[in-house]
Design a protein around this ligand. Sequence first.
Ligand SMILES: Nc1ncnc2c1ncn2[C@@H]1O[C@H](COP(=O)(O)OP(=O)(O)OP(=O)(O)O)[C@@H](O)[C@H]1O
Ligand SMILES: [Mg+2]
Length: 422
Amino acid sequence: MAQVIIDNLYKTYISSVSKFSPSLSLGVIPNSPDVEQNSSTSTHVLKGINLEIEEGEFMVLVGPSGCGKSTLLRLIAGLEEITAGKIFIGDRLVNDLPPKARDIAMVFQNYALYPHLRVYDNIAFGLRRMNQQVTSTPLDQILTTITAKLPSKWRYLSESEKQIHQKVTQVAQMLQIEHLLERLPKQLSGGQKQRVALGRAISRNPHVFLMDEPLSNLDAKLRTETRGQVVKLQKQLGITTIYVTHDQTEAMTMGDRIAIMNQGEIQQLATPLEIYRQPVNKFVAQFIGSPPMNFLEVNYQKPDLIIHSHFKVVLSAKWQEIFQQYNYEQIWLGIRPEYFDLAPPSSSTIPVIVNLVEALGNESILTVNLEGNNQENLQVKLFTDEVIKIGDKLNLSIKLDKISFFDYYQQRNINLIDIDNI
Ligand SMILES: Nc1ncnc2c1ncn2[C@@H]1O[C@H](COP(=O)(O)OP(=O)(O)OP(=O)(O)O)[C@@H](O)[C@H]1O
Ligand SMILES: [Mg+2]
């Protein structure tokens, strides 16, 4: 168990690219030194990451593909060189420590199992390395060597191997891979390999777990089950965990806190509920929540009116106070799909036409168009028994205590910005 501190971390990849001068097209022989020139390009992948992960905390890094999640994890693991900044694990600055001195266990996005070792030995591998100091008698060693090639249940087990056996069995049961212990990695499906990789990391007792999309190859049911098991186990062991995913449901259900990344920067760091209720900007609001938050371009008219071509709403006292010193008219109104209701027509309801209906049994998710306006779409989650069909005309009221506003250009949540500094 250890705290992990990431202090102003940068990662830039420099790659050299060959450029050909126009003389190539004029028939000059390729590879001649005048024709090919080398130049380098820099890709700034991480741009000043600051993150403090508490001892025993489950921290989820989430963000779209290419935003730098795996890179950050690889820097913490010591698999890549840092461009600038510091990483501390416990109270040690680990910038210059090799991976194995950092006492971490990592599950990679593309799980790397030892191809020549059976599943049992893949899981036992890290445990054996940790147990190297435990002295075994010469007889132990001989019997272990002689029986090593036998299936695990017939092998000779020294005292330390008995402990390892117990641990491997326990982890395999938990991950539902007991029946696979005698197989080689090439005899496994993608999802099975992923669970073995997870088992190998879990069975050791590292200071920190680093997990990079460890469940991405599992089917939906197994994924939900394994998600629960990983969280339960992490809580039991109390091992600081940094977990990368681009699945927002995984982030919401697993993390003590979530760091939402975009283009090499952390957009927001908070608990799942804080992020859901108070997203700092439009990017975060759109990223967390399924279906995502809806946005409508509206005008604010002092002191208390929000005006859209299809409806008008009067702001509550709370919003009037927030808007008091706000001088812009054009803003984004953000409404989550579940914060609409069916209501009789009035100036404050939105007239819509149903475009698509997904009836999920307990709820219906509708995609609707604003009446007479094909440009603006809304996604609406309704908990109703009423049968709704494509082409139906509905009136939607908005739960006004649940709305958000974002400023038009910078896209920050108006509720959270310091109005004096706009
Ligand atoms: N060796 C490299 N040289 C140049 N660019 C790289 C290198 N490795 C990664 N990148 C770039 O860095 C960016 C971040 O990559 P990274 O693998 O961290 O993304 P990610 O957030 O894990 O995405 P995903 O969800 O798809 O796994 C990408 O744009 C990628 O192309
Ligand atoms: Mg990745």
